[in-house]
Design a protein around this ligand. Structure first.
Ligand SMILES: Nc1ncnc2c1ncn2[C@@H]1O[C@H](COP(=O)(O)OP(=O)(O)OP(=O)(O)O)[C@@H](O)[C@H]1O
Ligand SMILES: CC(C)(CO)[C@@H](O)C(=O)[O-]
Ligand code: BAL
Length: 281
């Protein structure tokens, strides 16, 4: 497994793969890897990539002033061992100055699916995500990029950006990997106390009940209000629980018949903000 920390060495490594006729995939991450990330590596391989690269870069541009970038978990040695065991071929881990050299002045602003939900809760977040993903795609020249459905809105934002900017890369969505009790795996789960960790799977249970009720014909507002009340009584502080159009993230007040729907949620347990989403119907 080759490790690149500067752009010239990444360019040389990916040029060699292309010269050898290999199709390259990229798995963008912020490190602190778990089985959800490793599923992205496997999915990229299964989708036809001959070589899989992963990036590890804690992107300052997607954290706003109210968010603690320094608290983001980091485990370089553990991450490299996991990627090697998962059969990753190349790791791109640039320092911040290599990603954003002094004088950098260009950002990518995606409209549409960036609006609402995480876009409201984390102003500037998707600008940072879109900018770094665009750069990662240019830097790697990969043909496939794997993204987890766990960050559903991010997946739609990146898909929109690639379509709008004619970036020649295929975005590969990968199903959310869950703990045995249903909690979506996330690097931030490690900050849950034992009591919070025991409560955390209630989020998926409440979402599943709401999705089943809505799919079965229940009034959308009532099903969502009921879900929010159940989350509060379990000890969550919900940011949102919403029914949306799956690709645009536009809120729905009634079931739609003309396309896929998604239930999206963010809720805080103590200091940890949990995100999840599931299909409806
Ligand atoms: N449980 C999961 N199942 C599938 N993909 C996942 C899962 N968790 C994260 N991913 C995907 O891995 C990629 C990198 O995500 P990231 O490094 O932010 O991990 P994370 O665990 O979601 O961290 P965070 O706690 O910051 O949300 C993203 O495409 C994300 O959707
Ligand atoms: C896609 C990503 C690696 C961009 O920094 C990040 O938002 C993440 O880890 O989901
Ligand atoms: N998983 C999305 C990255 C972030 O929370 O900033």
């Amino acid at each position: 497994m080759q490790i690149c920390r500067d752009l010239p060495s990444l360019r040389a490594a990916t040029a060699a793969l292309r010269a050898d006729g290999q199709r390259l995939a990229i798995v963008p991450t912020m490190g602190a890897l778990h089985d959800g990330h490793l599923a992205l590596v496997a999915a990229a391989r299964a989708a036809g990539a001959d070589a899989v690269s992963a990036s590890i870069f804690v992107n300052p541009l997607q954290f706003n002033a109210n968010e603690d970038l320094s608290r983001y978990p980091r485990d370089e040695a553990g991450d490299l061992a996991k990627l090697k065991a998962a059969g990753c071929d190349l790791v791109w881990m640039p320092p911040v100055e290599a990603m954003y050299p002094p004088g950098s002045a260009t950002v990518i602003e995606v409209g549409g699916p960036s609006s609402g939900w995480e876009g409201d809760a984390r102003p500037g977040h998707f600008r940072g995500v879109a900018t770094v993903c665009c750069k990662l795609f240019q830097q790697s020249q990969a043909e496939i990029a794997a993204f987890g459905e766990k960050d559903w809105q991010q997946l739609q934002v990146v898909t929109r950006m690639v379509a709008d900017l004619d970036i020649p890369i295929r975005i590969l969505p990968v199903a959310t990997v869950r703990e045995a009790d249903g909690l979506a795996m996330s690097s931030r789960n490690r900050f849950l106390s034992a009591a919070e960790r025991a409560t955390a799977p209630v989020l998926l249970r409440v979402m599943t009940a709401a999705a089943t009720a809505i799919a079965g014909g229940a009034a959308v507002a009532a099903a969502l209000d009921d879900g929010l009340a159940q989350l509060r009584s379990a000890g969550f502080v919900p940011d949102y629980l919403a029914l949306v159009e799956a690709e645009t993230l536009k809120p729905l007040t009634a079931r739609r018949a003309d396309g896929p729907m998604r239930l999206v949620a963010a809720a805080r347990l103590g200091t940890v903000r949990l995100l999840d989403n599931i299909p409806v119907g």
